[in-house]
Ligand binder design. Structure first.
Ligand SMILES: [Zn+2]
Ligand SMILES: [Zn+2]
Length: 186
């Protein structure tokens, strides 16, 4: 079974599991955010394993969600998660949609590495009380990327960066009408 089949096999256990993981990745994201904050302020040995488990679950869930966004042809759950006010929301969150596009570029990799490595290299020169938050820039990047990935997926038909609205503001395809879908309102 190749990757495309795995993500589009609704009748198979693997396909259903991948969809299930994708649409619950928000919980993994929330747990990761909590683990990050705990890691900034507490340095107890017994936290190592739970924090590590949360990091692994978060990384796995986000990876599955990214592949779901990339490979799944039509997901009914995704369609029901399109907000009823999607066009207005896409306008309000243009910066988030823009970030998602920029973060996917190859040029973003060195930025990501710098956010992780520079604080790590600076740890020996920092007072001990702030060494815990040196991971904050990289963690904020990872959380921002996960949030913007999902925001972008839900608002993709209205994303100006996907549709090149900068090209004179011309829209060359009709936007789906969210009122025709079984959409959510929050
Ligand atoms: Zn989906
Ligand atoms: Zn886009």
């Amino acid at each position: 079974m190749n990757v495309l089949d795995a993500f589009n096999d609704d009748s198979g256990r693997t396909g259903r599991a991948l969809t299930w993981i994708t649409h619950r990745s928000g919980y993994a994201l929330a747990a990761y955010a909590v683990a990050c904050v705990v890691g900034w302020f507490f340095d107890s040995w017994w936290l190592t394993v739970p924090v590590l488990v949360v990091c692994v679950v978060f990384s796995g869930a986000v990876t599955v969600a990214m592949l779901h966004v990339q490979f799944t042809r039509l997901c009914p759950t995704c369609m029901t998660e399109v907000p009823a006010d999607a066009p207005a929301r896409a306008q309000r969150r243009r910066w988030q949609l823009r970030f998602e596009h920029l973060a996917r570029r190859r040029a973003a990799v060195p930025v990501f590495l710098l956010l992780f490595l520079v604080p790590l290299l600076a740890v020996p020169y920092l007072p001990s009380w702030c060494s815990g938050i040196t991971s904050a820039p990289g963690e904020a990047w990872a959380i921002g990327l996960a949030v913007s990935l999902w925001t972008h997926h839900r608002l993709r038909p209205w994303c100006p960066w996907c549709r090149n609205w900068g090209d004179g503001g011309a829209i060359h395809e009709p936007s789906p009408d969210p009122t025709n879908l079984n959409t959510v309102t929050s």
